[in-house]
Design a protein around this ligand. Structure first.
Ligand code: ZN
Length: 241
């Protein structure tokens, strides 16, 4: 369980590892294994494992808990495994985004500056294709125009025990009708973000990530997050009851 973790600072190993993971992922479209991290940092296995654990406590990555090679599942905005959102750069598949929400933030990373990052995804309820064009932190266009991001877990459930289920619950839907259909599929009502609200939600993280080497850990403080989302103009009623 990792909500309301007391404030802490990342050590030097964790900061170095995080930067290496971002650089590697942006270059190759996938995360590094232990050997690649060792080659880039000179760190021993023990120190790499400890650094990953520190990064996970600060919600910078998810490693599989039962693996000797600390298999890297996620390092937002990226995912190692297929998700609902593909990122395309220079006209071809680059990597899997962590989720619909994170797919909008990928274009904010320094290596993608000036580049168009296209998101290829689908409506969560009917799998109809959706497309989003992003660049330098802006959402330039999306198809359909009525596109929404449907968030079907409450911040009170996030990061328990990791971000896998949280990310999985942030999906594109074609419009309000399809949002309602996806509610019915899940048997729970999701909170809807307009594309503009979604972009604003991810921007503070997106503009700091990789730009700021010593960026502080993230924390899940549910009530604070809900208040922040409400301040964007999002109707958070589904999380109030
Ligand atoms: Zn649909």
């Amino acid at each position: 369980m990792a909500q309301n973790v007391p404030e802490f600072r990342f050590g030097d190993d964790a900061l170095r590892l995080r930067q290496v993971v971002y650089e590697y992922w942006c270059t190759h479209g996938r995360g590094p294994n232990l050997r690649a991290v060792h080659a880039a940092t000179g760190l021993s296995r023990e120190r790499i494992v400890a650094a990953y654990q520190e990064l996970e406590l600060g919600i910078m990555c998810t490693v599989h808990p039962h693996t000797q090679n600390v298999n890297l599942l996620k390092a937002p905005p990226f995912s190692s495994y297929p998700t609902q959102a593909e990122l395309h750069v220079d006209g071809r598949f680059h990597s899997w985004a962590g989720c619909a929400m994170e797919s909008l933030a990928a274009c904010m990373m320094p290596p993608f500056a000036g580049k168009e990052v296209r998101v290829e995804s689908y409506c969560a309820c009917c799998l109809a294709p959706v497309h989003v064009i992003t660049k330098d932190g802006e959402t330039l266009a999306h198809e359909p125009g009525s596109l929404l991001v449907h968030v079907s877990t409450s911040p009170r459930e996030w990061n328990l025990p990791d971000i896998v289920a949280m990310c999985d619950s942030m999906n594109f839907v074609l419009d309000e009708t399809h949002a309602g259909r996806y509610d019915a599929v899940l048997g729970r009502r999701g909170v809807r973000f307009t594309m503009e609200q979604a972009r604003r939600f991810v921007t503070p993280t997106g503009k700091a990530r990789m730009w700021q080497y010593d960026r502080a850990p993230d924390y899940i403080r549910p009530e604070k997050i809900i208040a922040g989302i409400r301040a964007l103009g999002v109707d958070t009623t589904a999380w109030e009851t």
